[in-house]
Design a protein around this ligand. Structure first.
Ligand code: NAP
Length: 373
């Protein structure tokens, strides 16, 4: 976070000739907050983010299988940050596990408030699970295996439609060629399948002059999307995982329910160097929170070895949201130049085919700042 802030400050200063500065205000959540106030997510933190309308957030730890509920999920729900936006692109010079990482230029729009993020579940053996199991058996004719934990996966029309709408608006604004609805609707017809159907409704009802479907393309015998149109298509999630590897260049924007998007975003990020280089934002109508896509990486935290790029590029997204697109471009250019000169943090240096001395977190940040000047 310290490095990301320094890069952001330098970019804003440089593009405005020193006229603009960001006045950062730190508000606490997670361990640091718990240690000082006994609260994991103070109301004052939420209020401040709400009143400012914007935040840059560091990763927060969530225990698996028990303990506190995810603060990230709580933040997204309480602030109604319904779209998780993750642009994944390749920077020349970054070692990658695939042959043609430059073909990946995909933005994932993931629904951020429901599906598994609703967190509705009861543990096996609990009274609630027993009661629900009886209800399902007696009233719905569904018998669950004994000893089942039970989770509920709600996907609503309103939340699906606003997410898909945001994806189309983004594609329009950025001049991108396609929006692909990703779902597992062949198996879960009324949640995942409904997401797909609602997505097409948004496309055809709200963007009718702008979109063209795959079937229309086939009917008209078109090989390429006509200029000014956005292709709307859909893919079943498992096939989508194949296609981001076999033909990534055919996809621009993916609109997904929560869980599929979570997996896909990391799978796409892996192709361009991993979680350390992919930025993210959680965007609602009133508030936007920008954050690294990775978690707190406990084995690296505080050791000056973590790759700061994900947070730096998230901060660059934040600057664009604030109307400072020039500063965004300056950061992206400086990051690209740093990578192209083979300056890499340890996560990337270890993937390099030629020996590279890994830069520390601060050193890497300084290299970016030097290229901003
Ligand atoms: P993680 O913190 O994202 O780390 C997973 C792996 O990704 C690391 O072991 C490391 O891979 C690589 N990595 C992540 N950040 C990196 C960085 N900045 N530089 C270089 N490599 C990086 O995921 P996790 O270990 O599954 O989760 C740890 C905690 O973070 C959990 O409590 C989880 O709930 C939380 N989390 C928070 C957020 C969030 O705040 N938005 C998101 C995801 C997870 P190698 O081991 O291969 O080096």
């Amino acid at each position: 976070m310290e490095v990301a802030r320094a890069v952001t400050d330098a970019a804003v200063k440089n593009v405005s000739d020193g006229d603009l500065t960001i006045r950062w205000r730190e508000v606490l959540a997670g361990e640091k907050s718990f240690k000082t106030s006994g609260e994991w997510l103070p109301e004052a933190t939420l209020d401040t983010v709400k009143s400012h309308g914007i935040a840059l957030k560091g990763p927060l730890t969530t225990p698996v299988g028990g303990g506190i509920r995810s603060l990230n999920v709580t933040l997204r729900q309480r602030l109604d940050l319904y779209a998780s936006v993750r642009p994944v692109r390749y920077f020349q010079g970054v070692p990658s596990p695939v042959k043609n990482p430059q073909k990946v230029n995909i933005v994932i729009f993931r629904e951020n408030t429901e599906d598994v993020y609703k967190g509705i579940e009861w543990s096996q053996g609990s009274n609630e699970a027993a009661e629900l199991a009886s209800f399902l058996e007696d009233r719905m004719g569904v018998k669950l295996p004994p000893g089942s934990g039970i989770g509920i996966k709600p996907i609503s029309e309103a939340a699906s439609k606003r997410l898909v709408r945001a994806a189309f608006n983004y594609a329009l604004k950025k001049g991108l060629g396609s929006v692909t609805l990703v779902h597992k609707g062949n198996i879960m017809k009324f949640t995942e399948g409904a997401f797909r159907n609602w997505g097409y409704e948004v496309a055809f009802e709200e963007f009718s002059g702008t979109v063209i479907s795959e079937s229309e393309m086939t009917k008209l015998g078109l090989k390429a999307v006509p200029s000014g149109r956005i292709l709307v298509n859909d893919r079943i999630a498992d096939n989508m995982f194949q296609q981001i590897l076999t033909r990534p260049e055919e996809f621009s924007v993916l609109a997904t329910p929560n869980l599929n998007g979570d997996y896909l975003a990391d799978a796409c990020a892996a192709q361009v160097g991993g979680l350390g280089v992919a930025p993210g934002a959680n965007i609602g109508d009133e508030v936007a929170v920008f954050e690294a896509v990775h978690g707190s990486a406990p084995k690296y935290a505080g050791k000056d070895v973590a790759n700061p790029c994900s947070l730096i590029l998230s901060s660059a997204m934040m600057l664009e949201h604030l109307g400072l697109a020039e500063a965004t471009k300056a950061i992206e250019k400086a990051v690209a130049e740093t990578f192209s000169e083979n300056i890499l943090t340890q996560d990337l240096a270890r993937m390099s085919s030629v020996p590279v001395v890994a830069a520390g977190t601060r050193e890497f940040g300084d290299e970016i700042i030097r290229r901003l000047a």
